[in-house]
Design a protein around this ligand. Structure first.
Ligand SMILES: Cc1cc2nc3c(=O)[nH]c(=O)nc-3n(C[C@H](O)[C@H](O)[C@H](O)COP(=O)(O)OP(=O)(O)OC[C@H]3O[C@@H](n4cnc5c(N)ncnc54)[C@H](O)[C@@H]3O)c2cc1C
Length: 293
């Protein structure tokens, strides 16, 4: 199907995009990589009267470390994170995630910020951002505000961005030497959305005990699910099989998926359990400690 008619504005700077959003209000939508918005428009699930294209805003396509954070600009494509050597070496959770979003064609066009703005509970970046404690940067005519990812992802396809705001960046805290993570996903075939998926990030202290834990689930509720109970349970613990089992049971309990052609509720809940356990073991292996006996 063809999209409904719309006007098109190609912005060349964030300021031009903000001016267009201010002029057209709720009628306008940002176009980033178009990998979710264009299909939605073709199905007429979205009918923006005005598209404000960020494709010409070259200075939002960056990826660099600053102030103890990895800063990812709004026009940075998934593939950039997937291929960046520093990200591969230090941000294992993000590399894992970048490698399993859709297929290479989508990853060459889709942006991390666009995926978070789309706020699909089956999108892979939401859980990864929760586990990594990401922060979104939103800009408007009145300035910039920082939004912790837990507050940014409000509901299915709903964020806390306000009318006239543009998400210009997402920030991921730079892991110290004792932090690693993992993204584990089950999909029906390569390129599919998750049947179930889990994001895990762990920091160990000198004594090998967990000093920070991030655990979140994809496709396990109306928005990505932070598993608070698992995070609390892990704190101060050695990563033993018993601790991993208890934390992954919390993931099962927190998972609240719906049944569809990808699987039943029970299957998806159990996969949340399995994937969190796998993610914790993979993180322990990357930390060089393995699972403590
Ligand atoms: C075949 C296919 C398979 C897919 N499989 C997966 C998958 O397995 N996992 C997965 O996570 N995703 C998957 N996706 C979805 C896709 O990866 C992401 O949703 C997409 O990359 C979003 O980024 P984008 O830049 O393309 O956003 P767009 O489609 O351009 O925009 C998405 C939404 O976010 C808004 N938006 C975008 N950028 C901004 C901004 N800077 N400020 C404010 N609002 C903004 C837009 O207005 C729109 O509402 C798939 C897509 C396709 C086509």
């Amino acid at each position: 199907m063809f999209p409904a008619a719309f006007d098109y504005i190609r912005a060349h700077s964030a300021e031009e995009a903000l001016a267009a959003l201010a002029q057209h209000g709720a009628e306008a939508r940002i176009l980033a990589g178009g990998q979710s918005l264009i299909p939605a428009m073709r199905l007429r699930l979205a009918r923006p009267a005005v598209l404000v294209d960020l494709g010409g805003v070259k200075d939002l396509g960056y990826l660099h470390e600053e102030g103890g954070e990895l800063r990812v600009g709004a026009m940075t494509r998934d593939v950039t994170l997937e291929r960046d050597a520093n990200v591969r070496a230090r941000y294992s959770l993000l590399t894992d995630t970048g490698a399993v979003v859709a297929d290479p064609v989508v990853r060459c066009l889709g942006t991390v910020v666009g995926s978070l703005c789309h706020s699909d509970p089956s999108g892979d970046w939401g859980a990864a951002a929760l586990a990594a404690r990401a922060v979104m940067v939103a800009r408007s005519a009145s300035g910039e505000r920082l939004i912790p990812i837990d507050e940014f992802l409000v509901d299915s396809f709903q964020t806390s961005l306000e009318e006239g705001e543009l998400a210009v960046e997402v920030r991921f805290p730079t892991p110290d030497g004792r932090t690693h993570g993992s993204y584990q996903k089950i999909e029906r075939k390569v390129g599919d959305y998750a049947t179930a998926a889990a994001a895990v990030q762990i920091t160990l202290g000198e004594d090998g005990r967990v000093t920070h834990a991030g655990v979140a689930l994809t496709a396990a509720g109306p928005r990505p699910v932070r598993v608070d109970a698992a995070e609390k349970l892990l704190l101060g613990q050695l990563l033993t099989e018993d601790v991993i089992r208890a934390a992954s049971e919390e993931a099962r309990a927190a998972s609240d998926p719906f049944a569809d052609t990808r699987g039943s509720v029970e299957y998806k809940k159990d996969m949340a359990r399995v994937l969190v356990a796998r993610g914790l073991r993979a993180s322990a292996a990357r930390l060089g400690t393995g699972v403590t006996a």
